[in-house]
Design a protein around this ligand. Sequence first.
Ligand code: FAD
Ligand code: 2HG
Ligand code: ZN
Length: 506
Amino acid sequence: MSYFRTSVNLVQIRHGLHFSAKHFKQPEVKLTKDVYKVKRGNYSVLDDSHIKKFENILSEDRVLTDAEELDSYNTDWIKMVRGYSGVVLRPKSTEEVSAILRVCNENNLAVCPQGGNTGLVGGSVPVFDEVIISTSLMNKIIKINDIPGSIVCQAGCVLETLDNALAEHGLMMPLDLGAKGSCHIGGNIATNAGGLRLLRYGSLQANTLGLVAVKADGQVIDCMNTLKKDNTGYHLKHLFIGSEGTLGLVTEVAIQCPPKPQSVSLALLGVVDFDHALKTFRLARSMLSEILSSCELIDENCMQPVVNTLGVRNPLSEHPFYVLIEVSGSNAAHDEEKLNAFLESAMEDEIVADGTVTNEPSRMQTIWQLRERIAEALLRNGFVYKYDVSLPHNSFYQLIPVLQDKLKGTDAKIVSGYGHLGDGNLHLNICAPQFSPELLAKIEPFVYEWISERGGSISAEHGIGFKKTKFLRYSKSDAAIHTMRQIKQLMDPKGILNPYKVLPME
Ligand code: FAD
Ligand code: 2HG
Ligand code: ZN
């Protein structure tokens, strides 16, 4: 094992990636309506009278209509879907959101709420010409409460900005993801984002203390709360968490924030096969227990693009699988002792073949890039068919060889698997030079059937969005989908909020 541990204990510094158009050569993305043959709902078509109404609510500079400027709002991050909205509205307050939605509802205009536009299931951009309501100017931090540890802010705050602000109070956000430099906390809540530390801190659903949301008709539902315990009737906030903008627009949130760890260490371990990766996780769970803060899997098909396409250095020699183990706590000596005991045991029992461990911030940052930049690296290899699934640990990686076999002789260049091993969440990514309906038909519904037969979920963290609506039934019963439709009807009777998303077409 090659150790490059330093003896200084430094708090982790890791910067989220900020995505912008200039990072990528923009391929021409076809309109969603043409590729997926969707029928437009019976909504009004935007005209000058609507624009005037919006300009009466917002200043003119917050009503964007320039086609070029609108392009990035109309296209998703993975270049899978594209709409043709003629307007982006940029409110600054709950009141402005309420006034906008009232106009949209009265005029039967469909709406697409948008945060950082990093969503991976086509939920964040319009399918047709929906009015885009962007939270990008709703970026005020309202309050940080040191005891018991919470933050109240507007929905458009960027996750990384919140984390940096909390660090000054000795606190941190309970979630962390590769898109943290761009995604908004409102978008995180709307997707119930998981991320790299769910294993330690739990889901965003569990960490959201309160929120304010605006219903389709403009009514403000104030569920703001910073108390840890509050059992006063129905927990309405949960309707909005993970509802992907289909039940209301989240405008303010309160999040419970854990203390920022005093010591952090990161180990990258090479293993010979998936079975050994799983053994590594089991051992880490039992020996590291309360200080284990992340356990991620990278297969060689993902590692190679990050190294070769993005030029990030892999400090280990090549292995079929890598496991990334992060520990964090409040007592460096104690944490180091536990980590060393775990690493020694893993080596002695030949569970891991090679590894490197560090607590030096820049080295931890490089190692994290090997994991966090996989999505970016794969995207440089053409069109990516993405699947984000939960599976029982014993069948976690089996799907990859099954698909590698099934897709032999097709356009598929890379069939890779990585993800949040600790949480049983596999990211299956298939790269091909371009989108092809024939390849898609080989993958779907096969993938969803395979997952459903093994008791998995077709979406562990990214949501249903536009992409998976017709497969929702693989993870939800008819009765559950029927109840979802009833809730939608109650919250948004005209169906103006993010149509064509989450619920299957009737
Ligand atoms: P958007 O993409 O803008 O929107 C997502 C959905 O939420 C859309 O349906 C939109 O209509 C709705 N929405 C947005 N804001 C609001 C609002 N204020 N009110 C109501 N609805 C709203 N996801 C994970 O779960 N875990 C990960 O580890 C992870 N890693 C990622 C890494 C990379 C490199 C990228 C590109 C994405 C990753 N994602 C991950 C997916 C994505 O970042 C998350 O889903 C994120 O939470 C989306 O936030 P956003 O602000 O970009 O929302
Ligand atoms: C991650 O964990 C994200 O890196 C993205 O959820 C997963 O690109 C993907 O499939
Ligand atoms: Zn993920």
